[in-house]
Design a protein around this ligand. Structure first.
Ligand SMILES: CC(C)(COP(=O)(O)OP(=O)(O)OC[C@H]1O[C@@H](n2cnc3c(N)ncnc32)[C@H](O)[C@@H]1OP(=O)(O)O)[C@@H](O)C(=O)NCCC(=O)NCCS
Length: 169
């Protein structure tokens, strides 16, 4: 259990269980509802699909929980082809109200350690150029910008670049 500077917020970080599926879907949808951080507007996985992902031994699904609720999710999904099985892709979303407490950086550190243990050679992610907070955190964790797809997204009438970041182990 981790304590934070806000005395009312304690949280835990652990491997997701199939029973977390509905909490993960709620957390992802809540972050998608903010419209400015994630590509999708609607989280497309059903509870059954989410459970299948959680059970996939190739991937790492971590949840942050507070008072029994999923307040953060980080997924690292390994490439499914022989040509990209040495790579993995990271996705992360922390519920509003639980950000800037150290949850994201702890989850990413654990994800990086997992990649090293699994022999993964490269960890990728994509982030909107407008998401400066996330980009600065990723840089702090060791990610480097490998490419930029210009004007890839349109968010509230403004074109935003897709920033491709990675850590090569
Ligand atoms: C981006 C995101 C994953 C970061 O997670 P987070 O839990 O807020 O990150 P952390 O708290 O670990 O770190 C964020 C900042 O808080 C600071 N921080 C870390 N621990 C802290 C603590 N105990 N108290 C106060 N601040 C702290 C970090 O230094 C960091 O500061 P910086 O950005 O100025 O360098 C999260 O904000 C989020 O989910 N945002 C919305 C969805 C999103 O953008 N997802 C990523 C799409 S690519």
């Amino acid at each position: 259990m981790f304590l934070t500077e806000s005395p009312e917020i304690e949280y835990d970080i652990r491997i997701a269980k199939p029973s977390d599926a509905s909490g993960i879907i709620r957390c992802m949808q809540s972050v998608m509802d903010e419209k400015i951080y994630l590509v999708g507007d609607i989280y497309l996985y059903t509870e059954r699909g989410e459970k299948d992902m959680i059970r996939n031994p190739d991937d790492l699904n971590l949840v942050a929980t507070s008072k029994g609720e999923v307040v953060g999710i980080m997924k690292i999904q390994r490439g499914i082809f022989r040509k990209n099985r040495h790579t993995a892709t990271l996705g992360i979303a922390i519920l509003r109200g639980y950000r800037h407490l150290g949850i994201g950086s702890k989850m990413i550190s654990q994800g990086i350690e997992w990649c090293k243990r699994e022999g993964i050679k490269k960890l990728n992610l994509e982030v909107f150029s407008s998401n400066e907070n996330a980009i600065s955190l990723y840089k702090k964790m060791g990610f480097e910008v490998e490419g930029v797809r210009k004007n890839q997204f349109l968010i509230f009438d403004k074109y935003v670049d897709d920033v491709l970041m990675a850590i090569n182990f």
